[in-house]
Design a protein around this ligand. Structure first.
Ligand SMILES: Cc1cc2nc3c(=O)[nH]c(=O)nc-3n(C[C@H](O)[C@H](O)[C@H](O)COP(=O)(O)OP(=O)(O)OC[C@H]3O[C@@H](n4cnc5c(N)ncnc54)[C@H](O)[C@@H]3O)c2cc1C
Length: 503
């Protein structure tokens, strides 16, 4: 008899698990609260303009390709990939900008253009970070269920490369004497929602991944990836139920038995996989106190990532702006403190503008652009009143764009607009604390200390997505889905082949 697996949420983590399990012969039912799949990876449509809600940088595409291959599919048959070169523009307060490329020679040339004499640091960075990545990535692919997992050979080999006690900035200053250049390798801490001065040094592997493997776009936006994954689930006989919010996980004798939808309908299953935001799920989908490890007070004490103020702007003009551009605040360190320490809004804020229409004609009508503006802000543990601040902050963001970017007349050209504040990440996306990148990625919340992909206290329950091991960011989220699928298949002796042989 086919095992029936119910998956709560059709975001990237749930879809990865769903396509693998459906391909391996399980009966898969995905319950998604929204009218479309993708979660934070779905599209935002405003008239003729299309935006990605969240992810815009596809890194380590290899993991996505492997998940497709393990589901018997070639990702190229579903998606049109474009490697970006240069990868992005990093603009500083004084009007200077830097455009990193994954091609080593080009990157060295770019470093010498702006930071003469510093390019040798790139050779040292690439050589050592390659080693670190090769040792650390298997630690992320492994499953952790016991502290004894830290004794594994892989972990012991990687451990001395963890740069314990050193931040991302500390590690990068070891390669580059120019602080500004070092900073250009740290903005990826955004994916983890952490400050470069606090983010563990070992996360240099994220910038390394970009520099070694490149950054990708998919035609139509990255939301097309979620659509493609959903298609594969269905091709293998899986069912995706939209507008089907799950109210609770049905448990009996500490075993998951299925889910109950808000409509009252009960769907019984052999196993349940939860993709909804981890801390939201623990506080909403189980009885109060049922999961002792993750009670409300325990979850409230954990560290969370920052949030994001998002603006999606359909404009009737084309600007000479690159695909991805990051504008650092004039006083970047103070801006970072506003987000992570003081938890207030900055007047001088960093922001990221994505102008994908330069490479992708499908996103906006001819002569128009679909602009995505991302501003990191404090999560909801601060005391910002977004109902009061929303419009004034919108003005600060537009002023900053008109002052710092080539889009001097942006306001005049806005035809459609949508904003997401931290309040809406919580209310519309079920994101706990509005912390868009989930639990923070400090070492005390990583690996064995991050929520395990098999829930310890309730049998037949697996958890996937950015709030679980290995962490936030598309490749690691796909890994979480693959780890959960592999664990589940191992339990039942369902045959499968996977490039991730560690879980
Ligand atoms: C603004 C932003 C920018 C980002 N940029 C990048 C980037 O450039 N590159 C990158 O790699 N990563 C990026 N990320 C991080 C990460 O890749 C995405 O957030 C990703 O979509 C998270 O996937 P997930 O599977 O963990 O959760 P989600 O995408 O949140 O999926 C969870 C799903 O569960 C559903 N759900 C919730 N509650 C219920 C319920 N009760 N019943 C049924 N369904 C439910 C939700 O509707 C959703 O579909 C970004 C994130 C954000 C927010």
């Amino acid at each position: 008899m086919k095992k029936h697996v119910v998956i709560v949420g059709a975001g990237p983590g749930g879809l990865a698990a769903g396509m693998l399990l459906a391909a391996r012969g399980c009966r898969v039912t995905m319950c998604e609260k929204d009218a479309v799949v993708g979660g934070r990876n779905k599209a935002v449509k405003l008239g003729k303009y299309t935006f990605d809600t969240g992810p815009t940088f596809l890194m380590l595409r290899e993991v996505l390709d492997e998940v497709f291959a393990e589901a018997g599919r070639d990702s190229n048959d579903y998606l049109k990939f474009k490697k970006l070169d240069p990868m992005y523009r990093l603009a500083f307060g004084d009007g200077k900008y830097f455009e990193p490329a994954s091609d080593h020679k080009k990157m060295k040339k770019e470093i010498e253009r702006l930071f003469p004499g510093e390019s040798a640091g790139l050779d040292r960075y690439k050589a050592y970070e390659k080693k670190r990545f090769e040792l650390m990535y298997p630690c992320l692919q492994k499953t952790y269920s016991s502290p004894l997992d830290f004794l594994s050979k892989n972990f012991r080999r990687a451990f001395m490369h963890f740069s314990l006690g050193r931040s991302l900035m500390d590690v990068l200053k070891g390669y580059f004497s120019n602080e500004r250049l070092a900073l250009t390798f740290t903005f990826q801490a955004k994916y983890l929602g952490m400050s470069p001065w606090e983010c563990p040094g070992a996360f240099t592997i994220i910038s390394y991944i970009e520099h070694a493997f490149g950054v990708w776009h998919t035609e139509g936006g990255l939301s097309k990836i979620a659509d493609a994954m959903a298609k594969v689930v269905k091709e293998h006989g899986g069912t995706i139920r939209l507008k089907a919010p799950v109210k609770r996980i049905i448990t009996e004798d500490r075993k998951a038995k299925g889910v109950e939808l808000s409509s009252g309908e009960r769907i019984m299953a052999d196993d349940v996989i939860i993709n909804a935001d981890f801390s939201y799920a623990m506080t909403n989908l189980f009885r109060d106190g049922e999961i002792k490890q993750y009670t409300r007070p325990k979850l409230a004490k954990k560290k969370y990532s920052c949030s994001i103020f998002m603006m999606y702007l359909g404009v009737d003009k084309k600007y000479t702006m690159p695909h991805h551009a990051i504008y650092f605040a004039d006083d970047y360190k103070s801006n970072v403190s506003d987000i992570f320490k003081r938890r207030v809004l900055s007047k001088d804020t960093s922001l990221y503008v994505r102008n994908a229409s330069v490479n992708d004609k499908t996103l906006a009508p001819q002569g128009h652009s679909a602009l995505y503006v991302l501003v990191p802000v404090a999560n909801l543990t601060g005391s910002i009143d977004w109902k009061r601040e929303r419009d004034a902050f919108r003005d600060i963001v537009l002023d900053t764009i008109e002052r710092k970017t080539p889009m001097k007349d942006l306001r005049k050209h806005i035809k459609r607009e949508h904003i997401i504040t931290p309040d809406e990440w919580l209310s519309d996306y079920n994101v706990y604390n509005g912390a868009t990148f989930n639990l923070a990625h400090n070492l005390g919340q990583m690996l064995y200390f991050r929520p395990h992909n098999k829930l310890d206290e309730v049998d037949n329950t697996y958890i996937v997505g950015g709030g679980t091991h290995p962490g936030s960011g598309l490749p690691t989220i796909y890994e979480s889905g693959r780890i959960a699928a592999n664990l589940l298949c191992k339990k039942y002796g369902i045959p499968y082949t996977s490039k991730n042989t560690l879980a």
